[in-house]
Design a protein around this ligand. Structure first.
Ligand code: ATP
Length: 505
């Protein structure tokens, strides 16, 4: 199966089975946004819960918050996002594609290029030379490119009942202003109500550092975790849910004593890598990549990406960054708040006296939740070739999701819709539901088709109710990954399913 085939199959499965739909599809769809269907929402919530469990519930030193998406606009000025959260936007003058210069295919300056006019097959062959910026158009390979323009990726909107356009028109009425002056008036009018949709969840953890530390009496080292929506006006949205404009993140800011940050960075990269591998089938498809010095963000002194081997190659899944004391210092200075920590048991290295007040350093594991949904689906997707009873070749498609994150934990399947079987199936399902499991009773179609459907959506167990069940309270359990079928008493089956869907340690 080639890589394009695999993505096509995944996108089709996601739609057909109700994992992910195009946003507003019946209106022609919105390219940069997706809706999670009945199975997708379960998978996404289960991955989020697995992260929360490992980052918050299993630890004494991390607590969570749920901050608002709209924050004071000054937060984004202080953090550097207003001036610096931009990507180089380039237009291909040949095929008109718009793309990010920093992500375009690299080529040595001065290298000769050949490409088709307008990027159209059968078009005239043109020649060019790679410019000093060292890249070509990702679509047609042309070196005939526009200048780079910095494009800020934050979504802007206004807060409150006043429309800045009304104010703008009021202010320019009767005045003969140049375009530049008019723009200035508009920016001023906008500024009064301008807010941003957050492009990351992280800043709330810095801004609420003191409130959380004091209200929960946290002692350094400690972390604040958050999950939620983030918004980036991406120049290019790509690879299905890999890069969209509205997406979800799972981030944690871990505050440490200066000087211990190198060790903590190692600790968190290992923790996070192990977390993915615990839930994955193919651990080797996850790797760590240390950032080159020239890749580091201005606030970071070291950073690792956890990368996944997507069908189009290695790409980021999570960044684990050492953010120094940059954020707390900046927000502290901008607001006149002491965003620092006093450790009475430590000696101040500068004065040599007991008691040390310092601005903590920060280690940040920043993961994409929606990107993780894609990675776990890709990791779980598997095709098994075999022959059916009539000798016909057939393909069994299955999602080998870890049972703890699978959308449906068990499907209870009465063989027929009569003879007390549906009632028995409902009773078994009820018992599993009472244990907190998402299960389904499925009576439609032949038993073979039902098995195939549940393989494809990742249900780890199919529990079949048949005439013998009515007689002796035993069921047949079919295991998704092996297709093996085992007969066992209902009580044993319920216990086995509950045990098997536990999170890995
Ligand atoms: P990339 O290099 O892919 O643009 P990034 O380095 O800008 O990512 P971070 O700012 O480190 O990403 O965000 C942390 C995580 O949030 C990323 O590792 C990714 O999983 C997720 N993420 C970032 N941007 C998007 C997006 N547009 N769509 C989906 N997930 C995203």
């Amino acid at each position: 199966m080639n890589d394009i085939d695999l993505m096509t199959k995944i996108v089709s499965l996601c739609k057909r089975r109700g994992f992910v739909f195009q946003s507003s599809e019946i209106y022609g769809g919105l390219k940069s946004a997706y809706d999670y269907g009945p199975l997708g929402v379960e998978l996404k919530r289960n991955i989020a819960a697995a992260w929360w469990r490992s980052m918050v519930y299993e630890r004494e030193d991390v607590v969570g918050i749920d901050a608002s998406i709209i924050m004071h606009p000054k937060v984004w000025e202080t953090s550097g996002h207003v001036s610096g959260f931009s990507d180089p936007l380039v237009d291909c003058l040949n095929c008109k594609e718009r793309f990010r210069g920093d992500k375009a295919p690299k080529a040595d300056p001065g290298t000769e290029t050949t490409y088709l006019k307008g990027g159209k097959s059968g078009g005239e062959k043109l020649k060019g030379v790679v410019g000093p910026r060292g890249y070509v158009c990702p679509v047609c390979g042309s070196s005939d490119l526009s200048e780079e323009r910095q494009f800020n990726g934050m979504f802007r909107t206004t807060l409150g009942p006043v429309d800045p356009l009304d104010e703008f028109f009021r202010e320019i009425k009767g005045k003969d202003l140049s375009e530049r002056d008019m723009r200035g008036v508009y920016e001023e009018a906008l500024k009064r109500s301008l807010v941003y949709l957050r492009p990351e969840t992280a800043q709330a953890m810095f801004v609420q550092f003191l409130n959380v530390q004091q209200s929960s009496s946290m002692k350094i080292p400690f972390g604040i975790a958050q999950q939620g929506k983030s918004f980036r006006n991406e120049i290019v949205v790509e690879h299905f849910i890999f890069r969209s404009c509205e997406f979800e993140q799972m981030e944690m800011e871990f505050f440490v004593e200066p000087g211990t940050h190198v060790e903590w960075l190692q600790y968190w990269t290992n923790e996070r890598m192990n977390w993915y591998r615990k839930y994955a089938n193919k651990g080797e498809a996850f790797r760590l990549r240390q950032h080159e010095k020239n890749e580091l963000a201005h606030y970071s002194d070291d950073c690792y990406d956890i990368e996944y081997l997507y069908p189009w190659g290695w790409g980021e899944l999570e960044g684990v960054a050492s953010r120094t004391d940059y954020d707390l210092k900046r927000h502290g200075a901008a607001t006149g708040t002491k965003l620092s920590y006093f450790d009475q048991n430590k000696v101040d290295p500068e004065t040599g006296k007991n008691g040390w007040r310092y601005v903590p350093y920060v280690i940040e594991p920043a993961a994409g939740l929606t990107r993780s949904v894609l990675a776990f689906i890709l990791d779980a997707y598997s095709e098994e070739r075999g022959v059916d009873a009539s000798g016909q070749e057939k393909v069994r498609v299955l999602l080998k999701l870890h049972p703890s994150i699978a959308p449906i934990k068990a499907a209870v399947l009465p063989l027929v819709k009569k003879d007390g079987q549906p009632e028995k199936a409902a009773a078994i399902a009820k018992e599993l539901r009472l244990a907190g499991l998402n299960v389904t009773c499925d009576e439609q179609q032949s038993i073979g088709k039902r098995y195939a459907k549940h393989d494809e959506i990742g249900t780890p167990f199919c529990i079949t109710v048949d005439p013998q069940t009515i007689e002796d309270n035993t069921v047949t359990v079919r295991f998704r990954d092996t297709a093996e079928q085992v007969r066992m008493p209902i009580a044993e089956c319920v216990e086995m399913v509950i045990k098997s869907v536990r999170h890995p340690n």
